[in-house]
Design a protein around this ligand. Sequence first.
Ligand code: SAH
Ligand code: SF4
Ligand code: F3S
Length: 440
Amino acid sequence: MTEARKLYIKTYGCQMNVYDSERMAEALGASGYTVTDTPEQADMILLNTCHIREKAAEKVYSELGRLKPLKTANPDLKIGVAGCVAQAEGEEIMRRQPLVDLVVGPQTYHRLPAMEQAVRAGERAVDTDFPEEDKFEHLPKGPRMKRSPAAFLTVQEGCDKFCAFCVVPYTRGAEVSRPVARVLREARDLVDRGVREITLLGQNVNAYHGEGEGGTWGLARLIRELARIEGLERIRFTTSHPNDMEDDLIAAHGDEPKLMPYLHLPVQSGSDRILKAMNRKHTAEQYLCLIDRLRAARPDLLLSGDFIVGFPGETDQDFEATLALVRAVGYGQAFSFKYSARPGTPAAEREGVPEDVASDRLQRLQALLSQQQRDVQRSMIGREVSVLFEKPGRLPGQMVGKSEYLHAVHVTDPRVETGQIARVRITEAAPNSLGGVLVA
Ligand code: SAH
Ligand code: SF4
Ligand code: F3S
């Protein structure tokens, strides 16, 4: 029998890492680990890392430095690095940080239990392969984790788009879709455990093309099949590329009631010149047309996006085009970043925009995006939304959940329970959350 050991996982980066961390915890659960929230109590600490921007990657090394005293206090403590930094830097991490025992890339988590054994036996273990097999299928099933009523489900991994700035095709590998039957099985299992909302995940989720009955299924067909699961009330998906937004997926936003009216559709820039240099393979006009078609299918669709400013070669005029696109779309939420040169990507070879110029642009873009977000939040006052309540809020008696538009909504009412979906009238709006009362 293995004794009960404690596992502490810290997760950085995107939702796919969040999902993977849960799978790793379950896999190590089969080796006798239970999850702890306190690193001081852990027998194993895993950092599930992100390589997307320089700052994200550097965080790992500073976090490892902070773990040193724990390792000194407990020589039996094992420290592992997983995720995209592990994939990108592999052995280099071992060299830079002797206290690391284990490095595992995103595609080999199913080998983690064997690696854990090796590490317990005093070895250092590195595995950054891209194996053929589906890691999720080969993960040992430990005790299931407690579920929030809203869950992630990874259906697609990797990316073949090779945007000039992006590390994902290198850290996550080529685009792979999980077969339909496995996705459906996992979804039913989640619903059996009380899940009412599923967000389908993929670096390029709308490029999903899984093997299903009768051939290859696209994302829209998968969503329609998932919608037939009784007890599953809400479906979302993220992240999408504009070029994979096919007709049936646009239509599903209009006629599939379980598909929520929120879409994260990154565009990165509003300048055709920069879009071309980024290898995005579409123009600003094509993106705006797509938005029109989506809104024709679902007029209340709330849009979110990602933007990069200061991409090599970006002029004032290019940046103005980004502002113009943002004004034309009107986002309910958005993420914007200063371009960060990533080793190994084509854009890293090009000359960047001066730091102060990039900072200034980021500030201006963020001011516009937060203004739009505030306007959208305020426009919700007096409206009725449906809220899936997920957990207690910060204030006593308060419960928080998400509206169909993904707004965080809080309500203080003793009738509200976790997992309940209720109609709420919005009475107050803050930049990042809404407050309301139950509609009796
Ligand atoms: N697959 C998704 C998102 C990938 S990463 C997509 O295609 O949209 C999330 C966001 O990080 C990107 O949309 C982009 O805005 C940002 N990002 C990626 N690489 C970056 C870099 N080198 N510098 C700054 N931001 C970057
Ligand atoms: Fe990166 Fe582009 Fe792929 Fe998104 S589509 S993951 S930005 S390469
Ligand atoms: Fe980061 Fe890897 Fe996700 S680089 S954003 S954790 S795919």
